[in-house]
Ligand binder design. Structure first.
Ligand SMILES: Nc1ncnc2c1ncn2[C@@H]1O[C@H](COP(=O)(O)OP(=O)(O)OP(=O)(O)O)[C@@H](O)[C@H]1O
Ligand SMILES: [Mg+2]
Length: 199
């Protein structure tokens, strides 16, 4: 059995940045965001269910689900959020399980699973360790605004849809601070692997 590290953080705190560091060490990362997105592709399992719920108003002109339109619904109404998550999360978990089994069959000893809602979805209970990528809220907002070209109010709405960072910090086994430069984070990452006794 491989050791499973559940990697989480807040929106735009740097999960993908830290994922990349694991991959550079040849530690495989399962990206649940990517899985969730692929489930929405035309012809995929989640597509039809989302379409029957929201109708064509969530589609782009090419017939694909418009992720921005769906996201704005998701972040505006907790009930809608619950419904969408209820459709996607069990399917994502199933795919992650299969991927872990596949990687274990190659003898992989450490597997990272990047799960934005690790604690909110109880995913942490299936992990050996949990690792939180932390950033101060002001950095989080600035990075989100810059990367996604959205306004501050919408960035805050997205951030507030998650469990507060202070609570996630208490729940996590390890915390990596990504408030400073990427170089600082990389140093902290190297120290962390030593503490976790990985490589
Ligand atoms: N230490 C840092 N200093 C400055 N910018 C950073 C730092 N770390 C990450 N960023 C930038 O902040 C943005 C968010 O980082 P990243 O994509 O790694 O976060 P994430 O947690 O994976 O986000 P999401 O929740 O959308 O998946 C990116 O544009 C990234 O380049
Ligand atoms: Mg990411």
């Amino acid at each position: 059995m491989a050791k499973i590290i559940g990697l989480t953080g807040g929106i735009a705190t740097g999960k993908s940045t830290v994922s990349k560091m694991f991959k550079e060490r040849e530690i495989p990362v399962i990206d649940t965001d990517k899985i969730a997105k692929s489930l929405l592709n035309k012809g995929s399992e989640g597509y039809q269910e989302i379409l029957s719920l929201f109708g064509e108003e969530v589609l782009s002109t090419d017939g694909e689900i418009n992720r921005n339109k769906l996201a704005s619904k998701l972040f505006s109404d907790p009930k809608v959020r619950q419904t969408i998550n209820g459709i996607l999360h069990p399917k994502v978990k199933e795919i992650v399980k299969r991927e872990i089994t596949r990687l274990e069959s190659y003898g992989t000893e450490v597997i990272v699973v990047d799960v934005p809602l690790l604690f909110e979805t109880d995913f942490h209970k299936t992990c050996d360790y949990t690792l939180l990528v932390y950033a101060r809220q002001k950095d989080q907002v600035a990075r989100l605004v810059e990367r996604d070209q959205i306004d501050e109010a919408y960035a805050l709405k997205k951030i507030k849809s998650q469990l507060p960072m202070s609570q996630k910090k208490q729940l996590a086994d390890f915390v990596i601070d990504n408030s400073k430069s990427i170089l600082e984070t990389r140093k902290a990452f190297d120290r962390l692997l030593e503490r976790m006794e990985i490589k």
